[in-house]
Design a protein around this ligand. Structure first.
Ligand code: ADP
Ligand code: MG
Length: 307
């Protein structure tokens, strides 16, 4: 488990992040989400024991990031994909990974197995002996990501893992991250890609040099917006719209073409009543679904309010 309390970093007078407090249970994908300069990289670097907090503290499995002996142990348990991953450009893909795994004392047989599997999954096994200096940006990023978990760390920190990738490569990487989670790893990912965070993160922290909001992407949306349901119908009389709006728990009604959008406080409870009402008035109901607010809606609302 990763725990931070009041984690704060100033670079001189520049506030990178202030009072960052979280508890990240094992086995989760946790997203740090925020605009450029929001303090995501700084937070990650503190958790990885690369820089010291100005104030506050954090623990990984009860090991304290600020404690020298603990920090040594933490480094063995974590893998990091940094913002600018340096690879050995003249070495082949395989050698890059092997070098790193050796550094972590991974036994030879284990290294061979793990590197082969990773490179095969990433579609780079055939090119394992080519110097990575000649690889495309996306291919290099894949190697750098592979490098962050080649020693099978329990905690994996990925700083903008898909930022420079084309959509297909980004998808491969996302699938990979989900596979790591399925293996039981805990993954912290920095991103400003909202749809990506929404797709893979169990929880997200919206940051802007401080904690803006934390929670499950869906719950965040529900906490901020009234829930809406979309009902597809063939036709509805205008007079019925007013009656619909006055039903208990319905706060707004919009009609666009054959789509009724109702703002409903508690759809689980009120939908049956709404549908009974429509059916009783001879409205032909074709589809009913919940309008999902995206993490983008949440992000724009919260980060916007914070300006
Ligand atoms: N090593 C550093 N020296 C001085 N300022 C820094 C340093 N690292 C980050 N900062 C500043 O801290 C703030 C947060 O940066 P960063 O953590 O990189 O944000 P993000 O990763 O969310 O884009 C920015 O204003 C940045 O300029
Ligand atoms: Mg960053």
């Amino acid at each position: 488990m990763i725990v931070s309390k009041g984690l704060t970093k100033y670079f001189g007078a520049v506030k990178a992040i202030e009072d960052f407090t979280v508890e990240i249970p094992d086995g989760q994908i946790f997203g740090l989400l925020g605009p450029n300069g929001a303090g995501k990289t700084t937070t990650m670097r503190m958790l990885c024991c690369l820089i010291k907090p100005t104030k506050g503290n954090a623990w990984i499995d009860d090991l304290e990031i600020g404690n020298k002996d603990d920090a040594q142990k933490i480094r063995q348990m974590i893998g990091l994909l940094p913002e600018v991953p340096g690879l050995y450009e003249t070495l082949g893909a395989y050698k890059n990974l092997d070098y790193y795994a050796q550094f972590y004392d991974v036994p030879k047989a284990k290294r061979e197995e793990s590197i082969k599997k990773t490179l095969t999954d990433l579609g780079l096994w055939e090119r394992r002996n080519e110097p990575v200096g000649g690889f495309s940006k996306g291919m290099k990023q894949k190697i750098a990501i592979a490098r962050s978990f080649v020693h099978e760390p329990k905690y994996i920190f990925l700083d903008e893992p898909t930022a420079s990738l084309d959509p297909e490569a980004a998808k491969t990487v996302r699938e990979y991250i989900l596979e790591l989670k399925a293996r039981g790893d805990t993954i912290l990912i920095n991103t400003h890609n909202l749809s990506e965070a929404e797709r893979i993160c169990d929880s997200v922290a919206l940051v802007k040099n401080k904690m803006v909001k934390i929670g499950n992407p869906k719950e965040l949306a529900r906490g901020l917006f009234t829930r809406k349901i979309r009902i597809t119908i063939d036709h509805i009389a205008n007079t019925l719209l007013n009656e619909l709006a006055s039903l208990k728990g319905v706060s707004a009604v919009e009609l666009t073409k054959n789509q009724l959008i109702l703002s409903v406080q508690n759809p689980e409870k009120q939908n049956p009543m709404i549908l009974s009402f429509l059916l009783a008035h001879g409205v032909n109901v074709q589809f009913v679904s919940e309008e999902e607010h995206s993490l983008e809606d949440v992000y724009l609302k919260l980060i916007g309010e914070d300006q």
